[in-house]
Each structure stands twice: as structure tokens, then as C-alpha cells.
Write a protein that binds this ligand. Structure first.
Ligand code: URA
Ligand code: SF4
Length: 216
């Protein structure tokens, strides 16, 4: 059984996670990070955005998506009728991998319980996965079986699709899309990202009005 938390209780529970993350040494990434990046935004939101891991600027500032990809994310949020102040943004990994290399499976395994706890506290109606690593983690954990030949998930195969999943007992709509950084230098992916965020806005509107998904 899940007990809904008040806004203050959600804030406090997320702050507790941020404190744990600040002291965390569960994987090798603590030793090369500058600041941990637990997540940022409105604890009372109904939509969460989950990226991959902090990059160069995020590691310096301690906040998610503050670099070039973050500026583009702000534009994309606008296309969905959203702004940063009303959503919660976090990553699968809370510390920056050196040189922005891909997250390693053992890092995802030990860090993801923080993300799972954030999801259980916020209880969003919609999770938007930004990029392959986020989509792989969230969809696999939801029991969605779409694997590419390399294992994990092919982001081009799932992007823009609307999944209704059971995540740790919560009914959540999940929409994966490309990582915003992928759209910075690739006009085709940029266009697809913009289209996906328009879909995200429509789906959210339907969810908020009580009907699931894109509706008619
Ligand atoms: N890329 C991510 O995946 N997350 C961030 O916070 C910044 C860039
Ligand atoms: Fe801990 Fe996650 Fe940072 Fe690794 S990446 S040290 S598990 S908070």
C-alpha cells in the first residue's frame, strides 16, 4: 500500500536522498566527481524527466541539464507546454562518468535505487526517458521486453511511443525519446525530438484530464 506524501514531506524525503548521494561511495564515480547531481525541480509535479548522467557543467554546478543540452531541453519543455519550475529532472547516475563515458552496468546497478526512491516519492503520472540509458533502465525495470541485438534497448525503435507500465507497483506512462544532446548537432534528431515533445505535451494533457495516452 502506498501512502501519498504532502508537498513538504516529498521535499524532505528528496532532500534526504540528496544528502545520501552527497556522501555516497557505492561506485567508483565518487572519486572523480566535483559535485553530485541528485536531481532538481518541483517535488509536487506529475512529470519526471530522466537523463543519463551529469556532464561537465552539471558536475561543476550540482544541477542537472545546465549545459548546452539543458538549454535545448528548456526549449523542448516549452513545446510540451512545460517549464523547469513545474517538473522534476534527474539522471540514472548521480555522479559524472569521467569524460562523459557511458554508464557502466555496475554503476547503474548501485546508483539506480536512488532514482527508484525518487520515483516512489514523487509518484509521477508520466516519466520521460531522455536517451538510451534512461529508456533501457526504466523500460526494462517495467518489464517491457524490447531488446536490441547489443542488449539494452534501441532508442530509435522505442522513441515517441507511449508505454503504460507498472513501475514498482505504480501505474506510470513512460515516453522515451532521444537525449537532447543528440539533437544539438543532428538536425534530423532535433526535429524528431521536437515532434516527440509535442506528443509529450498532448499525452500529459490527456493524462491530466483523466484519459490515458494520446486519446482521440
Ligand atoms: N546529460 C544528461 O544526461 N544529464 C544531465 O544532467 C546533463 C547532460
Ligand atoms: Fe553513489 Fe551513484 Fe555517485 Fe556512484 S554515481 S558514487 S552510486 S551517487
Amino acid at each position: 500500500m502506498y501512502v501519498s506524501l504532502s508537498g513538504d514531506e516529498k521535499s524532505r524525503a528528496l532532500e534526504e536522498i540528496a544528502r545520501e548521494v552527497a556522501e555516497c561511495k557505492k561506485c567508483r564515480l565518487w572519486s572523480t566527481r566535483t559535485k553530485p547531481v541528485p536531481g532538481h525541480g518541483n517535488p509536487n509535479t506529475d512529470v519526471m524527466f530522466v537523463g543519463e548522467a551529469p556532464g561537465y557543467n552539471e558536475d561543476l554546478e550540482g544541477k542537472p541539464f545546465v549545459g548546452a543540452a539543458g538549454k535545448f531541453l528548456d526549449q523542448l519543455l516549452g513545446l510540451a507546454g512545460l517549464n523547469r519550475g513545474e517538473v522534476y529532472i534527474t539522471n540514472v547516475l548521480k555522479c559524472r562518468p569521467p569524460n562523459n563515458r557511458d554508464p557502466l552496468p555496475d554503476e547503474v546497478e548501485v546508483c539506480s535505487p536512488y532514482l527508484d526512491r525518487q520515483i516512489m516519492i514523487i509518484r509521477p503520472k508520466l516519466i520521460v526517458c531522455l536517451g538510451r540509458h534512461s529508456a533501457s533502465y526504466i523500460l526494462m525495470k517495467s518489464g517491457v521486453r524490447i531488446r536490441s541485438r547489443q542488449g539494452g534497448i534501441s532508442i530509435s525503435a522505442v522513441r515517441g511511443q507511449v508505454f503504460h507500465v507498472n513501475y514498482q507497483g505504480l501505474s506510470i506512462t513512460v515516453i522515451p525519446t532521444y537525449h537532447p544532446a543528440a539533437g544539438l548537432y543532428n538536425p534530423k534528431l532535433k526535429k524528431t525530438l521536437m515532434e516527440d515533445f509535442i506528443v509529450i505535451g498532448k499525452v500529459l494533457k490527456n493524462i491530466r484530464s483523466g484519459s490515458l495516452g494520446l486519446g482521440s
